[in-house]
Design a protein around this ligand. Structure first.
Ligand code: MG
Length: 256
């Protein structure tokens, strides 16, 4: 691989302006989709809601058709981690529902995921759902230009280890911008001081994926849906962030 391909892309002010709008749209869409995620509603209905809102905002759903993905968004429930295909499945009380949405606006992409509890769930499951968010927030507090990717990875893994969560290894966070997946890869596990140095102006999709069991996952026969190998519940939380000299700015802020 050439050195050029390994570089972390730095965004221009115009790139960042378009990413801000993409991220605003993806956050507003996510809010409405999560509002709809109630018992009796199908995952297909969530998909239709997202498609309508994204189109109305003058943007396109990034995942639709990506490597042949059939949905506009990914909806993954309970032991499904990521890449669930929306369809006839009905959301039930006690489910944990993960919604992952990408939006392309004038050529730039925002990528975001949230996991929510539908009704009452066991305490350890609720803690896991809160935990992926806490882990990401902790990683963002130490993110600034000049740290290494491994510093972020180490912080995310440290949270999971401290709480006894499985850390999924087969899927990782990533740079995002003009393409959905740009350098660097951002594993949720790793050693402090390892990996590429992150420059100011980098835009990253950081996405902890933790389980209540083992770290291993497998892909279902639909060729997309990733589930935990042992059937344990799992949670996923993702923000697109802009790295600055003094810190980072979350671009996919949950609307009030
Ligand atoms: Mg992502």
């Amino acid at each position: 691989m050439s050195a050029r391909r390994q570089m972390i892309p730095v965004k221009s002010p115009d790139d960042v302006a378009r990413m801000r709008e993409a991220c605003r749209i993806v956050a507003a869409t996510t809010k409405e989709v999560l509002r709809l995620a109630r018992p009796g509603v199908t995952t297909g209905a969530l998909d239709a809601c997202a498609a309508r809102l994204i189109s109305a905002a003058g943007a396109t759903p990034t995942f639709k058709g990506y490597r042949g993905f059939p949905g506009s968004i990914c909806v993954s429930i309970n032991d499904e981690l990521i890449h669930g295909i929306p369809g006839p499945r009905v959301i039930c009380p006690g489910d944990i529902v993960s919604v992952d949405i990408g939006v392309t606006y004038r050529g730039m992409i925002g990528d975001m995921a949230r996991t929510v509890c539908v009704g009452a769930v066991p305490g350890d499951v609720a803690a896991l759902v809160a935990g992926v968010r806490e882990a990401l927030e902790g990683a963002c507090r130490m993110l600034r230009a000049g740290i290494c990717v491994g510093d972020l990875s180490h912080a995310l893994q440290g949270y999971a280890d401290a709480h006894g969560y499985g850390v999924v290894r087969d899927y990782v966070g990533h740079g995002v911008g003009a393409a959905l997946h740009e350098p660097p890869q951002i594993p949720n596990f790793g050693a402090r001081g390892s990996g590429m140095v992150i420059p100011a102006g980098a835009t990253l999709a950081i996405e902890p994926m933790f389980t209540l069991g083992d770290y291993r996952v497998r892909v279902l026969g639909d060729k997309w849906t990733v589930v935990t190998h042992d059937g344990a519940p799992c949670a996923h939380y993702e923000n697109t962030v802009l790295v600055t000299d003094g810190g980072c700015e979350v671009l996919t802020v949950d609307p009030a």
